[in-house]
Design a protein around this ligand. Structure first.
Ligand SMILES: [Zn+2]
Length: 92
């Protein structure tokens, strides 16, 4: 990118779809500066392509997060199995 393009980009009030794609992860992790965040949201609201992409991406990330939270560490699972073996009454 040359200097003129950089300056044009700096003063361009709208983000391009390409930039939105690059910012999605930062946005979801809440790492964008407030101003960029605002522009990001403005673009998502106006651009059907990006809003569809964003929704899809958002759903995927949420699923991964839920799985991660539900996942039981192997140590804990083993501890639970041992505990149950030792403490549950034997089934007849
Ligand atoms: Zn877009």
């Amino acid at each position: 990118m040359n200097l003129i393009q950089k300056i044009v980009r700096m003063f361009n009030p709208m983000l391009s779809c390409e930039q939105i794609n690059q910012f999605i992860i930062d946005y979801l992790e809440d790492k964008l500066p407030a101003q960029t965040k605002k522009k990001f949201e403005m673009h998502i609201n106006k651009c059907p392509n990006c809003s569809a992409y964003f929704d899809q991406y958002n759903d995927t990330v949420m699923m991964v997060n839920e799985d991660g939270m539900l996942e039981i560490p192997e140590d804990l699972a083993e501890f639970t199995r041992t505990f149950l073996r030792e403490h549950l009454p034997q089934q007849q």
